[in-house]
Design a protein around this ligand. Structure first.
Ligand code: 6PG
Length: 500
């Protein structure tokens, strides 16, 4: 086959005779996510899908294995571009970073004003803002779209978070709606906001995913090491939890992961997997950006740090050797599993409240008009954090779009208050027993900080003023003050009226 031939125009496509220039959508990158997304698109009424991969073998295999898809497959980028109808719309599903930049460059050289390039990878939203800006100058639409749901979601219905222009959404919206998951009768896709908004909220989605997973892991650890439940009992507990208000994809798969036996040893698989959690970086980005925006996302931060601690075997081994004794495991009441459940639910509310705070701050900083209720809606299906719980968030923002915090919504305030005593018991038991529960305890501290009428921040202000003349405000009068702290001249100076 020559470089200018297109595989899809042969009999092997299943749609013989399909002329060039008729695909309404194209996908670049035929690794699992890309090929599954292309198959999902091809299976929906009205779509003709152009496909292209840098190494053509993958494309050939896909076309051979799925003749029913009627792909218009190309082996050169020129043919790929030629196989699409205007406005051309291509979704890039390649590794974030340099790979994405290279594909964008190739497409941008060939695309014409009004055409649309979609990046469906886990891109850094700062890159998306830059790319959108550069391509706009060429008259091209660039859309950063967060796509969640893993391989299975890509094939059967992901949750999709597109950014980019309203003009691009007009063309792209119906196509994405055709492949997205459906929750409560609504497709799990919405135009999140302009330029990098889609990738920003996908980043926060992943951060919440980290927090959720960490809290579930802490629950598992406490139930096993303190509660004394064996793995079979844990499977039942997680199955039971998945029938109540904790019902979610992550609780469901936790039961399934725990149920799995290792083929070699017959042990629970979880007992032969090394306890060192990896990550690809979106959790770290979430925390970095939250710190920059001044938003406490301690639940996500603790989840990121817990993975980091787990991944330091030499340091762990050194401390284990030097620690002389460990606390005894506390005696716990029969209600322990219910207490853990309550702590998990309350901590999860905190993690989501913090995640939504970050989205509000990001929207303000970057000028996005993000509808939080719509966002919660599209996370109800298809994505990794899909959960019953998100219906409550949808309701909360429907009642009051200006909520100061999810913790203020009457449903969540009540849910946390109901679980509060158990939550405190669990944090105490974990500390007394020497079981790390950073997610539970930091969530409780955050809650207590917001709920306290006075914080020790006043002392910190005093310290700052002492060593650096950083000034402070008083509770009883307006103005900015500095104290002259030296022993012989202790008095306060009103900074606003002083010339110091
Ligand atoms: C999703 C997932 C997906 C992936 C991330 C996080 O929404 O489908 O979030 O994007 O799981 O890459 O993975 P790490 O845990 O490796 O950072």
């Amino acid at each position: 086959m020559t470089d200018t031939e297109s595989i899809g125009r042969t009999e092997s496509t299943g749609r013989p005779g399909t002329p060039a220039g008729t695909a309404n959508i194209g996908v670049v990158g035929m690794a699992v996510m890309g090929s599954n997304l292309a198959r999902n698109l091809a299976g929906r009424e009205g779509n003709t899908v152009a496909v292209y991969n840098r190494s053509p073998e993958r494309t050939r295999t896909l076309v051979q294995e799925h003749p029913e898809a009627g792909f218009l497959a190309s082996e050169s980028i020129d043919d790929f571009v030629a196989s699409m109808a205007r406005p051309r719309t291509a979704i890039i599903m390649v590794q974030a970073g340099r790979g994405t930049d290279a594909v964008i460059e190739h497409l941008a050289e060939r695309f014409e004003p009004g055409d649309i390039i979609v990046d469906g990878g886990n891109a850094n939203f700062h890159d998306t803002i830059r790319r959108e800006h550069d391509l706009r100058e060429q008259g091209l639409n660039f859309v950063g779209a967060g796509i969640s749901g893993g391989e299975d979601g890509a094939l059967h219905g992901p949750s999709i978070m597109p950014g980019g222009s309203a003009e691009a959404w007009e063309t792209l919206g119906p196509i994405l709606k055709s492949i997205a998951a459906v929750a409560e009768g609504e497709p799990c896709v919405t135009h999140v906001g302009t330029d990098g908004a889609g990738h920003f909220v996908k980043m926060v989605h992943n951060g919440i995913e980290y927090a959720d997973m960490q809290l579930i892991a802490e629950s598992y650890d406490l139930l096993r090491r303190v509660g004394g439940h064996d793995v079979d009992e844990l499977v039942q507990i997680f199955e039971r939890w998945n029938e109540g208000d904790l019902e979610s994809y992550l609780i469901e798969i936790t039961g399934e992961v725990l149920e799995q036996r290792d083929a070699d040893t017959g042990k629970p698989l979880v007992d032969v997997i090394r306890d060192e959690a990896g990550s690809k970086g979106t959790g770290v980005w979430t925390v970095q950006n939250a710190v920059g925006l001044g938003i406490p996302v301690s639940g996500i931060g603790e989840a990121v740090f817990a993975r980091a601690v787990s991944s330091k075997p030499p340091q762990r081994a050194a401390v284990q050797q030097s620690v002389k004794s460990r606390p005894e495991i506390a005696q716990v009441p029969d209600t322990f599993a219910d207490d853990v459940r309550a702590a998990l639910y309350a901590s999860k509310v905190v993690a989501y409240a913090q995640g939504f705070d970050l989205i509000i701050a990001g929207a303000k900083e970057y000028g996005w008009d993000i509808d939080l209720g719509n966002l919660a809606k599209i996370w109800r299906g298809g994505c990794i954090i899909r959960a019953q719980f998100l219906n409550r968030i949808v309701e909360a923002y429907a009642k009051n779009p200006e909520l100061e915090s999810l913790l203020v919504d009457p449903y969540f305030a009540n849910a946390v208050a109901e679980g509060e005593t158990a939550w405190r018991r669990i944090v105490g038991i974990a500390a007394a027993s020497g079981i790390p529960a950073p997610g539970f305890s930091s969530a409780l501290s955050y809650y207590d900080a917001l709920a306290s009428d006075r914080l020790p921040a006043a002392l910190i202000q005093g310290q700052r003023d002492f060593f650096g003349a950083h000034t402070y405000q008083r509770i009883d009068k307006d103005g900015t003050f500095h104290t002259l702290w030296s022993d012989d001249d202790r008095r306060e100076v009103d900074q606003d009226s002083s010339t110091r």
